[in-house]
Design a protein around this ligand. Structure first.
Ligand SMILES: C[S@@+](CC[C@H](N)C(=O)[O-])C[C@H]1O[C@@H](n2cnc3c(N)ncnc32)[C@H](O)[C@@H]1O
Length: 317
């Protein structure tokens, strides 16, 4: 009985942590106390506490993954491989780069030695606080999206991995315009995307979902939307990008991560459409999601950016 009780407690503990650390849809570890806790933790204990916090978030750890150190090492390894074998093909040593949806920063830290600077942004202040502890680098800044916008920086490359699938078309379109505005003329977009995979429900299918589990997943943005390659191309082109290519990640690398079976969207900022799509906030903030409000949808979505596409492009500027 005691063993059963402790097994149940084991299962519930991450859920409890998740609930108290969440500041809204998509914003896992966004609660104010998360960065505050790390700030008062003695420096030597911070990495362990940051990892424990991350283990609550379904964005970074899967249910049932109990050895958080092993999971962290796996993430570090897969992000290093993605930086070296995938993103690295499109990056130059003098690039200033924006990492959108950086989470705990493993990917940003792997990219940093390859480029001039990395600005890594996320909607979650808690994820950013963990990233500063776990993955610092001299040329790497962790900022909220709002801080990035206020700073007025522009960059040569925007990349985003494991984020776009969480965004509705409306939010993705808005994010793309923000990325376009953040890029210097001719700047490059590298966005990991999931396309043409029948195992992934579309946004319309998610919206039609009446089961509580499905609705809760959507409420907390645990849903992942599948899209067709055409749909992705249309959205990216409409935001002012051209020279699109959709590359299978597997054509570059075999890595122990879902991303390996998916695609990288490569595109370049065109300047013709830029003026008509950029907003005063540089498009990076996202309006309240204009979807029907359901009983438990008490808060607006608080999201912003993403993007990717296909293969074997010429990675030169
Ligand atoms: C699955 S994690 C990916 C982390 C990292 N990119 C990686 O591949 O290791 C997704 C991250 O995207 C962030 N996110 C979700 N929507 C976002 C948005 N609209 N703007 C910025 N970050 C966002 C989440 O807070 C989360 O940290």
């Amino acid at each position: 009985m005691a063993a059963r009780g402790s097994a149940v407690a084991c299962r519930l503990r991450p859920l409890a942590g998740f609930a108290v650390a969440t500041a809204g849809a998509q914003n896992f570890l966004g609660a104010r106390w998360v960065p505050a806790l790390l700030a008062v933790t003695p420096a030597g204990r911070r990495p362990a506490v940051a990892l424990r916090l991350l283990a609550w978030s379904p964005h970074y750890f899967q249910p049932g993954e109990h050895d958080r150190h092993a999971v962290a090492e796996r993430i570090r390894h897969t992000r290093q491989v993605l930086a070296d074998e995938v993103l690295g093909r499109y990056l130059h040593a003098d690039d200033d780069v924006l990492d959108v949806g950086c989470g705990p920063g493993y990917l940003a830290a792997a990219v940093a030695p390859r480029v001039h600077s990395v600005t890594a942004v996320d909607v979650s202040r808690g994820a950013l606080a963990c990233a500063r502890v776990l993955n610092p680098a001299p040329n790497l800044d962790y900022l909220t999206v709002d801080e990035f916008i206020r700073g007025g920086r522009d960059v040569d490359v925007v990349y985003s991995v494991a984020v776009v699938q969480h965004l509705t078309d409306e939010v993705f379109a808005h994010a793309l315009r923000g990325w376009h505005a953040a890029l210097r003329p001719g700047g490059r977009l590298l966005a990991h995307v999931v396309v043409d995979d029948p195992r992934w429900q579309t946004e319309a299918q998610w919206r039609a979902e009446r089961e509580l589990a499905g609705r809760l997943k959507r409420r907390f943005a645990l849903n992942c939307f599948g899209r067709s390659a055409d749909q992705v191309r249309r959205l990216v082109t409409a935001a002012g990008f051209g020279e699109l290519d959709l590359v299978a990640v597997a054509s570059f690398v075999d890595v122990d991560d879902d991303v390996a079976g998916q695609h990288l969207l490569v595109a370049r900022r065109l300047d013709v459409a830029a003026a008509s799509v950029a907003t005063p906030s540089r498009g990076l903030t996202v309006p309240v999601q204009a979807t029907p409000v359901e009983p438990f949808d008490l808060e607006p979505f608080d999201l912003e950016p993403i993007g990717p596409a296909p293969a074997n492009t010429d990675p030169t500027r």
